[in-house]
Design a protein around this ligand. Structure first.
Ligand SMILES: Cc1cc2nc3c(=O)[nH]c(=O)nc-3n(C[C@H](O)[C@H](O)[C@H](O)COP(=O)(O)OP(=O)(O)OC[C@H]3O[C@@H](n4cnc5c(N)ncnc54)[C@H](O)[C@@H]3O)c2cc1C
Length: 458
């Protein structure tokens, strides 16, 4: 047995939880699986003490560490491209405390989002963050500040984290934040760690904020004659105090792909675009919102207004929305982007994307969260070979992100930067801001062992 394995074995007593030979490929990549790194060990941690022990060992020996949750990221952030240890915390998956009195739940980082959601809903409360991938882990959601469809009404993961237990790069264990609703005590380390993509600390426990479970939820689909009329109606809807949970837009050409893929039909195939809305809350408030939305739809030029009262039909319509990326991928490999622009620029942005498609001949498919300006854009590879694809993709992304910047938008609203977006982030971000981020990294991880040269790290 090598000294290395022996050393790790002193920290992790269970041999089966240390892999040093024939590391399965799944640990070496992200969900897309296109880029693979290499590692000398995978450690499957079960306790905070083990995480702390591994970090102390790695720090002393300057060994790179790649933290890993469920591995569903789409930006290469779990690719161990500097070798070293993959620290997998997916086995730390216990729900530790359900606290009805402070409306909170305390979980280990490997608990899956879907399990937290169903656990608290069975007990009459609700955890609103809802990224599309329900098999992602809470630790991963926190480390990427995951968003999702319900962000319009409820916000993103950051808005639902009360406290974190974390392990620092040199192995110290500390708690940041608390169960208190308000906090003006010093710097918010908690908020610094949320969204830091595993570059600053390992999250080993989280106290999540819960809200009352809504009594009911209703969705409506509003077909519009064209894209701009549809997207512009969203601003009127948002200003009208309807408080929708989700506001999604889809162009008809994109829906057609989803229909073909799933076999489900949307109403009014003569539409140019659709706005898909949902409302939750008590029955009377939801009914009132639906009525008001119907009036606004008429005023803003909708060609129909369909309330999805039938649970099965509603489920199907949302399934098509959720499967759009898969529908695109059934046709070709694609690069998934998650650009965000100020909400009043969404229509301009999608029109720009359509003009860029025409100019470059590269197929660009967009849809997304009209309520918060977060546009999911698939850059479709088609039959390009590797070399051509790399060149074309880089050209399209450079032009696209530059335009996003001019519109006041950002390169990522949900997925983070990881490896794949950092170059464009550096192009479009104030150098002083990047300097400060790197100074913080230096202060918290001076040996640069945690996810180095990823995200914002130069
Ligand atoms: C089909 C699909 C749909 C998706 N939809 C959405 C969406 O709607 N919104 C959205 O925001 N994202 C979405 N994603 C992206 C992805 O699911 C999220 O980024 C998710 O939060 C990643 O969680 P994970 O547990 O898989 O983390 P991983 O992929 O394992 O890791 C992600 C990052 O967090 C770090 N990390 C993981 N766990 C820890 C920890 N305990 N401590 C410190 N660092 C850690 C890793 O090092 C890495 O940098 C989607 C992905 C897929 C495949």
């Amino acid at each position: 047995m090598s000294d290395y394995r022996k050393d790790l074995g002193k920290i992790i007593k269970d041999e089966k939880r240390i892999i040093t030979d024939h590391i399965p490929n799944v640990y070496l990549s992200d969900k897309l699986g296109r880029k693979e790194g290499n590692a000398t060990a995978v450690v499957l941690a079960k306790t905070t003490e083990e995480v702390s022990g591994i970090m102390k060992y790695a720090y002393e020996n300057r060994i790179p560490v790649t933290p890993r949750g469920a591995g569903t990221n789409l930006v290469g952030s779990t690719v161990p491209d500097h070798g070293g240890i993959i620290l997998d915390v997916s086995g730390m998956n216990r729900i530790e405390e359900f606290d009805e009195d402070t409306l909170s739940v305390t979980v280990q980082p490997g608990v899956l989002l879907k399990d937290v959601q169903s656990y608290v809903e069975e007990r009459g409360l609700f955890y609103p963050p809802d990224p599309g991938e329900k098999e992602s882990s809470i630790g991963g959601n926190i480390s990427t500040n995951a968003g999702g469809m319900r962000a319009v009404k409820y916000g993103v993961t950051r808005d639902f984290v009360r406290a974190l237990e974390v392990v620092t790069a040199d192995g110290r264990v500390l708690t940041v934040g608390s169960k208190n609703v308000k906090d003006t005590t010093g710097l918010s380390l908690k908020n610094l760690f949320i969204g830091s993509e595993g570059t600053l600390v390992i999250v080993t426990k989280a106290v999540l904020r819960l809200v009352a479970k809504p009594e009911t939820q209703v969705s409506v689909i509003i077909p519009y004659p064209d894209l701009r009329t549809g997207i512009e109606s969203v601003l009127t809807l948002l200003r009208a105090d309807l408080n929708p949970v989700a506001v999604e837009f889809m162009e008809r050409k994109v829906v057609a792909l989803g229909e073909e893929f799933s076999g489900v039909s949307y109403p009014r195939p003569d539409a140019g675009s659709y706005i898909l809305l949902s409302f939750d809350g008590n029955r009377d408030a939801v009914d009132a919102s639906v009525r008001k939305a119907s009036d606004i739809a008429k005023e803003t030029g909708a060609i129909d207004f369909v309330v999805l009262n039938d649970k099965e039909k509603s489920g199907e319509i949302w399934t098509v929305r959720g499967a759009l990326v898969n529908a695109v991928e059934a046709v070709s490999e694609q690069e998934p982007l998650d650009i965000v622009v100020p909400i009043d620029r969404t229509a301009d942005f999608v029109e720009y994307v359509n003009s860029l498609e025409e100019k470059t001949g590269v197929r660009l498919i967009s849809f997304g969260h009209a309520g918060d300006g977060n546009v999911h854009l698939c850059v479709v590879r088609g039959d390009r070979d590797e070399k051509e694809w790399e060149e074309v993709l880089d050209r399209v992304l450079t032009e696209l992100y530059s335009e996003v910047h001019k519109m006041g938008g950002l390169i990522s609203g949900e997925h983070g930067l990881g490896l794949s977006k950092r170059k464009y982030f550096f192009n479009e971000t104030d150098g002083n801001a990047v300097d400060l981020m790197n100074q913080l990294k230096e202060a918290l991880d001076p040996r640069h062992i945690l996810n180095d040269k990823k995200s914002y790290i130069r």
